[in-house]
Ligand binder design. Structure first.
Ligand code: ARG
Length: 585
């Protein structure tokens, strides 16, 4: 990375002039029209050393100029009042640097020297309820963050954390009991075996949940039954467990199909139910620490802090009837993850509206030793995807929009826009372009922001959109195909012939900075921003130089090679966003 190389040099200069070397930090310049890099260390050093910043920056630059490789390396090294340092590299140095990373599959991005073990909890679908548009963001953002940390060399475990253990399970059991009263699942005397096939299919199940949920709201007796059934299920009643397994099997099949369509993949398919075995242990821990107390008939743990500005209510561990809650399964899951993986981080990619829930869970877990101090627990929240009316995205008649239907509509839109060209498989291309539309639209917004899903805008081939980036990729592909033979000629990157080519080279070097920042802020929008800038420079470069018609084979070879690296860089970023590419479109 060039900024790292320059930082080293500047640090040495600061040190040689008698200053703390850490003032030598070099960053990419925000004003590329003035200089490529900047060092503002003299400004802060001035305060510490009680000198005018200009005197320090002059000393440092004069020292730099006296060093051995200065002439070869720099085209500009000047101080600007009151004490800024502007730097630009010589074209030769830049070209040699790009040449040096040209064969690297990671395009110069180094792996973490100190890899961390990270569990990412994302997706969070619920059994027996269809995935709806609300499940899109956790899947897309979580997948991107997972890919990013993996690429940076960390050990990452993505867990889908199925919602398979809450009250909705009891509700469905009660409703199925009503519909099929004679099945053996409900007979307490029956000792098995239970049917291997369920008496209903997934679409029946999807209909059962809303009916059960409505009945619970309207009928207190029914609601009590649902609670009781949930409690019995959680305590292992065999008939209920057998029935519940059908719910899980049918749902997981459906959920998998949709995640596969989204190219979202998990390492673990655990659910809330898998934490059940750890519940007694956390309850014992909380008891032994004297943290559990009774409040309104439930056993709770206080998690307030003196500095709290809003009220954080105690976390409920179990109710008087013994049933456990969402917070309990999350605590037990932390216990399980710590035992299984001893992770450095557990990241939860979950809607920001659950912020209070995570404050309660994290505080309870760290205060009482369920999470050891080495394990950081972090809620990576996100805002909602809204319709044009500014409210959460719905179907036309205001109903909940199923995720599968939403993906269908995006793919159909893409299909209309794809030209019937030779060598283009319309179905496959529409799927890829549709997915790129969807994912780029979502990821390019800073995750904490709500945003309006505007399909016309997001599916355009111009602007900050997935199709624009894919189009750039395909365009580079077309040029490469035309010059296939040339590609196999050994070529070397030579000095840039234009400012846009120079900027393209500098942008390629910027990849590592963009990815590091995206990881630090858990913010894939930084990758989107980067990939858009790269694509725009690539298009500008292609317009400025007639690569195919260029007569000078050295130039042509160098340009081809630069395009190849650009394409590698694009591909890498798109992969981190979870976006695939078509070879043609
Ligand atoms: N299933 C939950 C929901 O639909 C999301 C789960 C998020 N993950 C977690 N560990 N709580 O709201």
């Amino acid at each position: 990375m060039l900024t790292a190389q320059l930082t080293k040099l500047m640090e040495a200069s600061f040190l040689a002039c008698g200053y703390d070397p850490t003032y030598g930090q070099v960053v990419t310049s925000a004003r590329q029209d003035l200089c490529q890099f900047q060092c503002n260390g003299a400004m802060s050093a001035a305060k510490a050393y009680k000198k005018a910043p200009f005197i320090i920056s002059d000393e440092v630059i004069n020292h730099l100029k006296s060093t051995e490789h200065f002439e070869n390396m720099f085209s500009l090294a000047e101080t600007v009042k009151p004490g800024f340092i502007n730097l630009s590299l010589s074209d030769q140095y830049l070209a040699d640097y790009i040449e040096s990373i040209s064969e690297d599959s990671r395009v110069g991005v180094e792996k973490a020297t100190d890899p961390e073990k990270i569990v990412i909890d994302y997706g969070g679908p619920n059994v027996a309820k269809p995935l709806h548009v609300g499940h899109l963001r956790p899947a897309i953002i979580g997948e991107s963050i997972k890919r990013l940390f993996k690429f940076l060399g960390h050990e990452v475990i993505g867990d889908v954390h199925l919602g398979d253990w809450g009250l909705q399970m009891g509700m469905i059991i009660v409703e199925v009991n009503r519909l099929y009263p004679d099945l053996p699942y409900f007979d307490p005397e029956y000792e098995g075996p239970y049917p291997t096939e369920p008496p209903f299919n997934f679409s029946d199940l999807e209909e059962i949940y809303p009916i059960a949920s409505n009945r619970c709201k309207e009928d207190p007796d029914y609601n009590e039954k649902a609670k009781k059934a949930t409690f019995d299920l959680q305590n292992g009643r065999p008939g209920y467990i057998a029935l519940w397994k059908h719910f899980v099997d049918l749902s997981v099949k459906d959920i998998l199909t949709i995640y596969n369509r989204l190219d979202v993949h998990f390492d673990l398919w655990y659910g809330e139910s898998d934490s059940n075995a750890y519940v007694p242990k956390i309850i014992n821990t909380l008891k032994s620490k004297g943290a559990l107390y009774e409040s309104d008939g439930a056993m709770v743990v206080d998690v307030t802090r003196p500095e709290d500005k809003k009220e954080i209510p105690p976390i409920i561990i179990y109710k008087s009837d013994g049933s456990i809650l969402y917070g309990t399964t999350d605590l037990a899951t932390i216990e399980q993850r710590v035992e299984d993986f001893d992770p450095d981080y557990i990241l939860y990619v979950v809607d920001s509206r659950q912020a209070n829930h995570f404050i309660q869970v994290f505080r309870c877990a760290s205060d009482h030793g369920i999470a050891p101090s080495k394990t950081s627990l972090e809620h990576i929240g996100f805002g909602t995807m809204n319709g044009k009316d500014g409210r959460p995205f719905k179907t036309r008649d205001g109903g909940i929009l199923k995720l599968a239907d939403f993906i269908d509509s995006i793919e159909a839109n893409a299909k209309e826009k794809i030209n019937d060209k030779e060598g283009v498989d319309i179905e496959t291309t529409a799927r890829i372009v549709g997915l790129a539309t969807l994912k780029y639209a979502d990821l390019s917004n800073y995750r904490m922001k709500d945003y309006v899903f505007d399909l016309d805008k997001f599916s355009s081939f111009e602007g900050k959109t997935g199709p624009y980036i894919l189009y750039t990729y395909v365009r580079i592909n077309n040029i490469m195909n035309k010059l296939r033979e040339e590609l196999f000629q050994p070529s070397t990157i030579v000095t840039p012939s234009s400012e846009v080519e120079r900027q393209l080279m500098l942008k390629i070097d910027n990849l590592e900075i963009a990815l590091t920042l995206a990881a630090k802020d858990r913010a894939p929008n930084i990758i989107c921003e980067y990939v858009y800038d790269l694509a725009t420079l690539a298009n500008g470069f292609y317009h400025a130089h007639h690569i195919i018609n260029e007569k000078d084979p050295i130039k042509r070879g160098s340009w081809m090679k630069l395009l190849q690296i650009t394409q590698k860089c694009l591909l890498l970023c798109l992969d981190l966003l979870g976006i695939q590419v078509p070879e043609k479109m």
